[in-house]
Design a protein around this ligand. Structure first.
Ligand SMILES: NC(=O)c1ccc[n+]([C@@H]2O[C@H](COP(=O)([O-])OP(=O)(O)OC[C@H]3O[C@@H](n4cnc5c(N)ncnc54)[C@H](O)[C@@H]3O)[C@@H](O)[C@H]2O)c1
Length: 269
């Protein structure tokens, strides 16, 4: 069975791409979003189950993981739930994007089937932000999930953009660390770092004060275009599928070349 956490733009594309012939468990905290997607996938012939979840709540994520296991062998998990800087405060972003990912990694790491795989949707923001220190990196990798938001350098964050970038870099770090827990069960876990993707969230960011900066990043990138949710679903299918059985604990940047262009800079001659 396929579990898709987050029933927004990317969750929808992943469920449609990978769901045929499987039980698809959809989970989101917005019950309206969840019901709309469940209805539309069912109408297309998918076998859909849905369950509400707040990924920032340990009990809620544990209940979801147990429910997933009760439906059958949990072979594929795609974690797409998230909040962006245009949508929320730093506090809410850290609760969902940093703590939520740690909780999903832990609880689904307890129920994932042998041979199964998971993908966490991080962000290119985690690559664009300067690397954290070795000490911060180790704390983000190994601090128990319920204590993550109390780490000094995390609890002080009040800028939503910086909180988002640190949470997303933390996703890369946490996925690396979780790969051994998942590996003990014969399962794999990776992240994908999307660039600017045309989903409700991506459109909201483009309409916000940082929109012009994002348009310049797209213009200078190798592909010169926004990503589609299907671009992310294709990368997810690869990482969750049989061609990726030697790939775990890593991040795949799917950003149309934005980070490459930003890091390479312009020619000086
Ligand atoms: N769209 C982009 O340009 C972009 C770029 C880089 C990374 N991302 C990341 O990709 C992921 C998916 O984003 P999307 O573009 O599909 O966004 P989206 O807004 O379409 O979907 C996100 C979903 O997460 C759900 N959600 C939010 N808080 C939740 C919570 N506490 N518990 C459960 N569900 C919750 C929302 O209800 C929504 O349905 C996010 O993690 C986002 O940060 C998006």
């Amino acid at each position: 069975m396929l579990t898709v956490i987050g029933a927004g733009g990317m969750g929808r594309a992943i469920a449609r791409r990978l769901g045929s012939g499987k039980t698809v468990l959809l989970a989101d905290y917005n019950e309206q979003t969840l019901a709309t997607l469940a209805e539309s996938l069912s109408a297309e012939g998918h076998h859909v189950e849905s369950h509400p979840v707040d990924v920032s709540s340990p009990e809620s994520v544990r209940t979801l993981a147990k429910y997933a296991a009760s439906l059958g062998s949990v072979t594929q998990v795609a974690h797409t739930a998230g909040l962006s800087p245009a949508q929320a405060t730093a506090h809410a972003i850290l609760a969902v994007d940093l703590l939520g990912v740690a909780l999903v990694l832990h609880e689904f790491g307890e129920v994932i089937a042998p041979g199964g795989a998971g993908v966490v949707i991080a962000s290119m923001a985690g690559h664009l932000f300067p690397p954290l220190t070795a000490e911060q990196d180790a704390a983000l990798a190994h601090t128990p999930a319920h204590e993550l938001l109390q780490l000094d350098f995390v609890s002080q964050l009040d800028n939503p953009g910086i909180a988002y970038a640190i949470a997303k870099q933390a996703n890369h770090i946490r996925v690396r660390a979780a790969s051994t827990q998942w590996g003990r069960r014969g399962a794999r876990i990776n992240s994908i770092s999307p660039g600017i993707i045309s989903t409700p969230m991506g459109q909201q960011e483009l309409a916000s004060p940082v929109g012009d900066g994002m348009r310049s990043m797209i213009a200078m990138s190798g592909t010169g275009r926004m990503g589609t949710p299907d671009d992310i679903a294709a990368a997810t299918a690869f990482l969750l599928g049989p061609d990726a059985t030697y790939i775990t604990g890593t991040d795949l940047l799917v950003d149309g070349g934005v980070v490459a262009a930003a890091k390479a800079g312009s020619p000086t001659t």
